[in-house]
Design a protein around this ligand. Structure first.
Ligand SMILES: Nc1ncnc2c1ncn2[C@@H]1O[C@H](COP(=O)(O)OP(=O)(O)OP(=O)(O)O)[C@@H](O)[C@H]1O
Ligand SMILES: [Mg+2]
Length: 266
């Protein structure tokens, strides 16, 4: 992909500038003055997500209430079909609930226009998926750098930051490799570097270790844990079947049939 093609993504974000955790809370995602209590990042109330399968409605989430504080490391567990991915999609602003409210920093996502939702997603949230979702024709460096294009980061700065992030995940020697020349664990580390490119407040990861051997999974978990150190820890929300992953979370939420059935601090 050429730089010109990358530039076409620019119109995605006209609502805000590149913002890191230190400046969030301004611009599009500014909380109303009345928002309380402090420290709550997500507030979900009576969430329902109804899908239509032919003529049959499917309630993937029902009457779900959940508060997530800034800086938490939260796992979402539960059997297949319990609603984990559906919940992550709502938290990430990739989908909207059919009933109920989701507030991120006091701002109700359901009432956002598509454009502000896109801005919130790209400024505040980093996504990591089981299948890595790297662009196969781009190198590791390009896969990370492309995430900064909507934020008008200059090319030289994109390359510098992508290089730094890839070095941070131990891939400084793999910058020019295409995904097909990387192992699964390496691809997921590129995906984590990409998720961090715009200094998100939240990392949303859906089965991030689902395709990895245990050693690579351990590396990936170590990287996520590193994000929790420092003054402004990144909030991490991970859906997983893997007890090893859930065991590293500091709070474990369990879903069954689209509702929270357990919520415990580890
Ligand atoms: N686009 C869709 N259309 C119809 N039904 C859907 C859709 N997406 C999810 N569902 C249904 O919603 C329910 C919850 O699905 P979801 O993918 O959130 O589960 P999950 O907990 O992530 O499962 P898994 O562990 O297998 O990934 C399931 O019954 C699923 O079949
Ligand atoms: Mg899922």
């Amino acid at each position: 992909m050429t730089d010109e093609e990358l530039e076409t993504d620019r119109e995605l974000d006209t609502d805000g500038e590149l913002r890191g955790p230190e400046t969030t809370g301004t611009g599009a995602a500014q909380p109303p003055a009345t928002f309380d209590p402090p420290g709550i990042l997500y507030e979900l109330r009576q969430i329902e997500r109804r899908y239509q399968r032919g003529s049959t409605p499917v309630l993937a989430l029902k009457s779900l209430d959940l508060d997530i504080r800034a800086g938490e490391f939260l796992s979402i567990e539960g059997p297949s079909g319990s609603g984990k991915s559906t919940l992550l999609q709502l938290l990430g602003g990739l989908d909207v609930a059919t009933a109920g409210t989701i507030r991120l920093d006091g701002q109700e996502l359901g009432s956002c226009r598509d454009k502000s939702l896109t801005a919130i997603r790209s400024q505040q949230i980093g996504f990591v998926f089981q299948q890595f979702n790297l662009i196969p024709t781009l190198t590791a460096l390009e896969n990370v750098a492309i995430a900064m294009v909507p934020h008008h980061v200059r090319r030289a700065d994109r390359v510098a930051r992508a290089t730094e992030l890839l070095e941070g995940v131990g891939l400084g020697q793999r910058l020019d490799h295409l995904p097909s020349r990387l192992s699964g664990g390496e691809q997921q580390r590129v995906a984590i570097a990409r998720a961090l490119a715009n200094r998100p407040r939240v990392i949303i990861a859906d089965e991030p270790t689902g395709n990895l051997d245990s050693e690579s999974a351990n590396d990936v978990l170590g990287l996520l844990e590193e994000l929790q150190t420092g003054d402004q820890p990144v909030t991490i929300i991970v859906a997983t079947h893997d007890p090893e992953v859930a065991g590293r979370a500091r709070r474990r939420v369990r879903l069954r049939d689209g509702a929270v059935v357990e919520d415990v601090a580890a």
